[in-house]
Structures are given as C-alpha cells and as structure tokens.
Design a protein around this ligand. Structure first.
Ligand code: SF4
Length: 387
C-alpha cells in the first residue's frame, strides 16, 4: 500500500494547471495540516506504507514548523518512517529554501521533486510561474545541501513558437545539475485551465503536433545519452532511481489518498475526497468522512485502467497474472481478436518466460508512439457502478 498526502495550496495558480490547487490568500495552512492529521487518524492508523508522496499544490509552501508537525504526526499515526522505502515531497523553487529542505529531510523525506518547468524567464512568466530560473538552481542546491540523495526535476516542453534549441538548452542545464530523475511533460491543454481558455479565444496558439513529436523523440534520445533511461512516457531515471511511488500507480497497486481532492484505489474501489479545502476541512472537523465519491469499478473498467497505466511502461508493460487477479478477467478471452490484430500491426508484444509462456504485455517501440490509438480500441462499454 502506498500513501499520497495532498497539500492544495500554491503561491499562485499556473496557467496550464488543472490540479486541485488554490492560490494562497487567507487560508490557514496550520488548520489545514490539523485537518490532514485528523483524516489520517480516522483512515490510516498503522498503515505502514511502502511509499509516501507529499504532492500538491505545493507542499514546500508549508513552513518548516508546519512540515515537521505534519511529518511527525503522520509517522505517529501510520509508522511510515520505519516502513517506507521512499518518501517524496514535491516542491517549487520559490519556497524550497535551506530551512524547508532541512525540515523535510529531518522529517523523513528522502526524495524531492522540484518543479522547474522551464529555465527560460520569459516562458516562466507566460505560464504565470512566480519563480525565476535562478530560484530553481538555488532550490536544487538547497535540497542537495540538506542531504537529499534523490532529486527529480520537472520540465515542460512544446512552449509554442519556442526555438527548439532553447528547450534542448534547458535539458542540458538540467543534466548538468546531475539529478537522479527527470520528468519531461509536453505542454497540455486541459479543460478549464486559463491556458485552454486563451487558446479557445485565439490568444494562444498550441505548438504544431509534428514539432511536438520531434521534441518528444529528441528529448528521449538526449536523456538516454545523458544516462536517463525512459521507463514511462514522461519519466526518465538514472539506474535504480525510478520513482517507486509512481511505479505503484502505473502498476495499478493499491494506494490511499489523504487530503482535499485526494484519490485512492483499493481492491477495485476508487475513492475521491471533497476537492475544495474549506469543504474538506468542514467535513473532517465535524467528524464526517470527507469522501466525495466512492465507486466499485466494473471488471472491464479495471482491466482497461490497468492497460492504460501499464502500457505507459515501455520496458515492463502489464503483468498478465496481476491483470487477471485484479480484474478477474483473462485478457486473451475478452480481447483475443484485438490482441492478434495489434500484434500483426506491430503495436503490442507479449514477453514470455523460458518455456514460452506469456508473462506480460507491452507496447512495441511503434505502439508506444500510438498509445492513445491502441487504448481507444480496448475501451470498455460498461460504466462505473456507484456503491
Ligand atoms: S505550482 Fe504546480 S500545482 Fe501549483 S498551480 Fe502551478 S502547476 Fe499547479
């Protein structure tokens, strides 16, 4: 079991962001931390999670004292310091200083993921990011100075009209810092974001898809050349430095989510908390479960979700025994003809053991570039069932 803890506050809202995050105004972060611990007390006593992820929002927005209070409280409740093999905290450059990084490591954090997004000042401004490229470098050094051995850097490519050389410079500067992990995302236009609204009224032009494809392929090649192996669509790691927490998601393993809008997944039941921090706090402090919805997925949906996540892993793909155990379905019986077609089209392949028995299913190199098309063909008809 993995544990996700959500901090929903940020200094300001980035234009492209569709996460459950809110610009910090009058909200009381201390009260919110107390709400998190209260929910934890009611849901994760002695959970002993394998991995922990403090995400957001911006967890580094907590003061060192608040961070210590949160981490000490979580450990008292669920014992993560003795059980977890990885404890990650997300951070943004404007709020990750020496004191915050030290409080994080003293509290049990051993991996920090820093949102650089770009090392170009004009691009950061266009995204409404509140930090400079220099802040990112400082934040990286603060994490290292505090003894963090595993650092991830988040970067976004496909800023429209950007000379590709500037993106490759960003990548080279990130390599020079020697992080253990890189996440390189294509700029996305999610429904409801400020960026999508600008695009819809013609005030922002998305990058040409062919240019995006070239950037994606070149990013993979440059990262591989620098020793970062692609183990997921957007994730690159030095040997042995993959994010174990994110791998748990992609492998469809169970996890508990604590906090406003946090999701969880356990034995086919998907659960999501109330999204707005004030509603979440009100529910928790009045002794109610802050759940927004809880749904038992149909077998077909579990099968599809597991494929959707697992096919993102280019090397390992989806383990067939696990697929059958969690969905109760044999994929070769449900999708036999489709699997044959996809194999003939060189889009998927089975990995077999020494006796020739299929162990896992993965996308081929060609299929990896056409994942959305492949998944469309697996789409189930059956809806989620509410319980
Ligand atoms: S800092 Fe991250 S979570 Fe916060 S608004 Fe920006 S992208 Fe969203």
């Amino acid at each position: 079991m993995s544990l996700y803890v959500h901090i929903p506050f940020c200094v300001s809202k980035c234009r492209y962001c569709d996460f459950n995050s809110y610009a910090l105004r009058e909200q009381d972060i201390g009260r919110h931390v107390d709400a998190l611990l209260k929910e934890a007390e009611s849901r994760i006593i002695e959970l002993n999670p394998q991995t922990v992820f403090l995400g957001g929002g911006t967890p580094s927005i907590l003061s060192p004292k608040q961070l210590k209070h949160l981490l000490d409280g979580l450990d008292d409740i669920c014992g993560f310091r003795s059980s977890a093999v990885e404890v990650t905290m997300e951070a943004n450059p404007e709020s990750l200083d020496d004191a915050t990084a030290a409080a994080a490591t003293q509290g049990g954090v051993d991996r920090i993921s820093i949102g650089f997004q770009s090392l170009q000042a004009d691009v950061l401004r266009a995204y409404d990011r509140v930090h400079s490229p220099e802040d990112s470098i400082r934040a990286f050094r603060a994490a290292r100075n505090a003894g963090v051995k595993r650092i991830n850097v988040d970067l976004i490519f496909a800023y429209p009209g950007q000379n590709p050389k500037q993106w490759y410079q960003d990548l080279a500067r990130a390599h020079e810092l020697e992080p253990e992990h890189l996440s390189c995302y294509e700029l996305a236009y999610e429904p409801g974001t400020a960026l999508t609204r600008l695009k819809d009224v013609g005030r922002w032009q998305a990058e040409d898809p062919d240019v995006c494809f070239d950037l994606f392929m070149n990013t993979r090649a440059l990262n591989e050349a620098a020793g970062f192996s692609a183990y997921e669509v957007s994730a690159f790691a030095k040997p042995g430095e993959q994010s174990l927490h994110n791998l748990a998601y992609w492998r469809n393993l169970d996890y508990v989510g604590i906090g406003a809008g946090a999701a969880g997944w356990h034995e086919g039941v998907r659960r999501q908390n109330l999204a707005r921090p004030e509603n979440y706090e009100a529910a928790v402090f009045s002794g109610q479960d802050p759940v927004h919805e809880s749904e038992q997925s149909s077998q077909e949906t579990i099968l599809f979700d597991a494929l959707m996540m697992g096919l993102r892993l280019p090397k390992e793909g989806v383990l067939l025994t696990r697929l059958k155990r969690i969905s109760g379905l044999d994929i070769s019986q449900v999708h036999g003809e489709l699997l044959k077609d996809l194999q003939k089209e060189n889009l998927i392949e089975f990995l077999c053991d020494a006796s020739g028995r299929a162990q896992s299913l993965r996308a081929t190199e060609r299929g990896f570039l056409l994942l959305d098309d492949i998944l469309q063909r697996f789409l189930p008809d059956s809806p989620m069932l509410s319980v």
